[in-house]
Ligand binder design. Structure first.
Ligand code: MN
Ligand code: MN
Ligand code: ZN
Length: 291
């Protein structure tokens, strides 16, 4: 029998989830507020080293995730990592730590590891780009046959952070040997702060045509869905709740109704308390924007 109801499309919507109490608790948290995808840290996010995952950590997480509809899952790297650090010690630690995070993702069956490309710290863009690619080539070499994808996140371009122009992402990917491992995550707050006017229909179209020409839409695997406290081109990275910032509801309406992105996970990274009431509200707003 034909259903009278209009078929509801399956939304891939979620948020960054805490792993306090063990990595499996992130799945429980995500389920409790109706997410269908999520992002996690795979260890403490402000330390170089984390406690190794135990077999129990891994099996508990994998069982819970497999029977949930939380799929795909993305990991976000430690904030300390800079893949083009000028300081040799920091560069070494960054490479070691990111490799460790790739191993954790692979153990957990996490599909994507998202990271900021790096900050050139005054050595200049080209030198920075070359060092980032060298870091990735080394890590890929040490993690042969891994399934987890390397996901470059677009940045706001604060300080000397790179990844705020699509051309920089392209230049990094061009220098990576295993190109099929490379993907991109677009953070809406970051690209807006970087100067891409995604708050209007014409700006949205222009931005994604540019992205397609320079990087290729086929590399896009996720969105970080954040409004921006600061203005277009400010290069300042401050996340705001959906519709409350300078992108505003129109930008998110364009995102939620762009059929090219139906199957791309959309993940909130907006401020929240332990009870996740803010996530619930932001998810509700995003769902309501769907026509
Ligand atoms: Mn990030
Ligand atoms: Mn982000
Ligand atoms: Zn940010």
């Amino acid at each position: 029998m034909m259903s009278e109801q209009k078929t509801q499309k399956h939304l891939l919507l979620g948020a960054h989830m805490s792993i306090a109490g063990g990595i499996h608790t992130a799945v429980e948290r995500a389920l409790s507020i109706g997410c269908t995808t999520m992002q996690v840290f795979v260890k403490n996010n402000n330390q170089w080293q984390g406690k190794p995952l135990t077999d129990i950590d891994v099996s508990t997480y994998k069982e819970l995730q497999a029977k949930s509809n939380i799929h795909p899952v993305m990991a976000h790297d430690t904030y300390l990592i800079n893949l083009c650090a000028v300081n040799k010690e920091i560069l070494e630690k960054s490479r070691k730590t990111l490799k460790d995070e790739f191993e954790r993702c692979e153990q957990l069956g996490i599909e994507y590891l998202n990271f900021h490309p790096g900050s050139h710290m005054g050595q200049g863009e080209l030198a920075g780009i070359e060092l980032i690619a060298e870091s990735l080539n080394l890590i890929h070499e040490q993690t042969k046959e891994f399934k987890v994808k390397s996901v470059l996140e677009t940045t706001a371009g604060q300080g000397t952070a790179m990844g705020h122009r699509f051309e920089q992402l392209r230049a990094i990917i061009d220098r990576v040997e295993e190109k099929d491992r490379m993907a991109v995550c677009i953070d809406t707050c970051h690209i807006f702060a970087a100067g891409y006017p995604i708050n209007t229909e014409s700006g949205w179209e222009k931005t994604f045509n540019e992205f397609d020409d320079i990087v290729g839409l086929n590399r896009l695997v996720a969105f970080h869905v954040n409004d921006s406290k600061r203005e277009l081109g400010s290069h300042i990275d401050r996340h705001e709740h959906i519709g409350k910032g300078n992108i505003g509801l129109e930008g998110f309406r364009l995102l939620m109704n762009d059929i090219r992105f139906d199957q791309i996970p959309k993940i909130l990274e907006t401020p929240k308390g332990e009870e996740m009431r803010e996530d619930v509200e932001n998810l509700k707003i995003l769902k309501e924007l769907c026509r």
